[in-house]
Write a protein that binds this ligand. Structure first.
Ligand code: GLU
Length: 551
């Protein structure tokens, strides 16, 4: 009776019961084995690479089982909120093609029938559950002041006891209805605490999908369920939300493992079936200063922000494929065995995730990105580069869009064949990569080979200038150079040259190198024939004679 009165005293305006909410949010109608997972960030607007990874894993786990993946915004901590923070998270995910089945779409809109998907709009729901716990004598109002709590903590520290409000330290355990009533009437502030059923010697264990069996001491703390302003703590909100949203698998960072005993206890007292947990290890980084490992840090590592990848122009497909390699170590073997399969065909498994944190490996990501970009058509590269440049590089954008066909023919060089070149790993490299095709970008400097004299180089270029036939087919290009090389005293092949170097000035490759440097300024380029075809006859001749003038 007392409990009922107490519940009514604390929550006079809460009329719905847990049973009502059970009806509003019924179990989902999904096939056997389908997982319901979620990504539950605070609306900080900043999407950390580790959070993207968690969201990715969560979505994969749901999709691999034919289930649902939703986005819930956890804004119980108002300090962490920023303007348009929800949209920041939603768009950050969208940039990587991660579109939840349900959840917040922006600051105010949402989709799905298990909402509201933002915690600040769920206060009456949390309060209904707390009200019911109070009715059952499983929760109570606590009027301890900050000072009282601090002095309890001090005493506990001095006595080397577990810090917190529990057992005899929980001053308001067993508070009467009358006492609570007069304090509330006097305007005293209070929180609502769980009356923890935990025993000091009790143990709790669970099977974590990533970490395996975990056993920990039971929770004995009378944790706060509702704060002074009536809003829930993360612990409590998570339990109610994951239950009512019918989450089957909670995938979250492993920093939450230490709170799992509280959560499992909350599920128990609330009469909910606990979800399965999959605690994900953080992405680590080699620390240059200490030589050890540390978590990828928002403060120290630019690549910790997902905006980094779009700003340097690493395609989202490459980032996602990289995430797969960190998520499941068998992905790379699968990829080798299924060269032509799309990464999305890979069967992701939560229990194949590594227990220890994967090391962030920019080289591997760059490699994946290079491979991915090499599979794109010239049209696709053009589209991607112009989209990227529009947002990031005005000059590049203008140059390539001014003459779309010219730009596409540049991107077509050594592309679309059986062994496409892998020169580009991110879009911010493109400007330099194509610079010698554009007067505005090219400094006209020639990085000429060092093993030939100026006189020899001049002779090569003068001869070639006369010989150059822009209309000759590709197959004739190198034989022509080879014959010319031979006539000027160079070996036809490097092999021949190596055998008797004293007989030659060099070999045909050296001769081609001089032409390459004259036409492009560089020692290394894609296929020179294709480059010259793209530049056009006049430009090729102009560049050769210009180089002769430099020698
Ligand atoms: N809001 C929590 C966080 O941002 C979510 C933890 C969870 O996924 O349960 O860390």
């Amino acid at each position: 009776m007392n409990n009922k009165l107490m519940a009514q005293l604390l929550f006079p305006n809460i009329n719905k019961s847990p049973a009502d909410y059970e009806e509003i949010y019924p179990p989902r109608n999904l096939p056997e084995g389908a997982r319901v997972t979620r990504f539950a960030p605070s609306p900080t607007g900043f999407l950390h690479f580790g959070s993207l990874f968690a969201a990715f894993v969560s979505q994969k786990a749901a999709k691999a089982s034919g289930g649902i993946f939703y986005l819930r915004i956890e804004d119980t901590d108002k300090k962490r909120e920023v303007e348009n923070g929800v949209s920041g998270m939603v768009n950050g995910l969208k940039d990587f093609g991660i579109i939840p089945d349900e959840g917040m779409l922006n600051e105010t809109e949402e989709k799905g029938s298990y909402g509201p998907y933002i915690q600040s709009k769920r206060t009456p729901i949390y309060q209904a559950y707390v009200k019911s716990l109070v009715e059952q004598g499983l929760a109570y109002p606590c009027f301890m002041t900050e000072d009282e709590i601090a002095s309890v903590r001090k005493q506990q520290e001095a006595e080397k006891k577990l810090p917190g409000i529990y057992g005899d330290y929980a001053k308001y355990r067993g508070i009467t209805y009358e006492d609570a009533k007069s304090r509330i009437e006097a305007g005293e502030e209070y929180v609502v605490r769980l009356l923890s059923p935990g025993k000091p010697e009790g143990k709790v264990s669970f099977n974590d999908a990533v970490k395996g069996k975990i056993e920990m001491p039971e929770n004995i703390l009378d944790v706060v369920l509702l704060k002074k302003d009536g809003t829930p703590t993360y612990h409590f909100a998570h339990a109610v939300d994951d239950h009512l949203m019918r989450t089957t698998d909670v995938t979250r960072g492993d920093e939450w493992i230490s709170s799992a005993p509280i959560h499992l206890q909350l599920f128990r007292v609330l009469g909910f079936k606990a979800p399965r947990y999959a605690h994900i290890s953080p992405i680590m980084k080699e620390d240059m200063e200490t030589g050890g490992k540390r978590k990828l840090s928002k403060r120290k590592d630019p690549e910790a922000a997902v905006s980094y990848y779009s700003s340097v122009g690493i395609p989202k497909e490459a980032v996602l494929e990289y995430l797969l390699t960190i998520a499941n170590s068998n992905y790379e073997d699968w990829k080798l065995a299924n060269k032509n399969a799309a990464p999305s065909e890979f069967k992701f498994a939560l229990n194949k995730m590594s227990k220890a944190g994967a090391l962030f490996d920019l080289i591997k990501l760059t490699d994946i990105s290079k491979n991915y970009i090499s599979t794109l058509s010239a049209e696709e590269v053009y589209d991607r580069v112009s989209e990227w440049a529009q947002a990031n590089d005005e000059v590049l954008y203008r140059l390539i869009t001014e003459d779309e066909n010219y730009a596409k023919s540049i991107f077509a060089i050594e592309r679309g064949n059986a062994k496409p070149r892998k020169d580009i790993s991110k879009w911010d490299e493109v400007k330099d990569y194509i610079s010698y095709f554009y007067d505005e970008l090219w400094d006209r400097k020639r990085d000429l080979p060092e093993n030939l004299s100026n006189e020899d180089m001049r002779l090569i270029l003068e001869t070639y200038e006369k010989l150059y036939n822009h209309d000759a087919p590709a197959e004739e290009w190198f034989p022509t150079v080879r014959n010319m090389a031979e006539s000027l005293g160079y070996a036809k092949t490097p092999k021949l040259y190596k055998k008797t170097p004293e007989l030659y000035k060099g070999h045909a490759g050296d001769v081609a190198g001089v032409i390459r440097a004259a036409v492009t300024g560089r020692r290394n380029t894609p296929d020179l024939y294709e480059i010259m075809q793209t530049l056009g006859k006049d430009e090729v001749i102009k560049r050769i004679s210009e180089t002769i003038g430099l020698l």
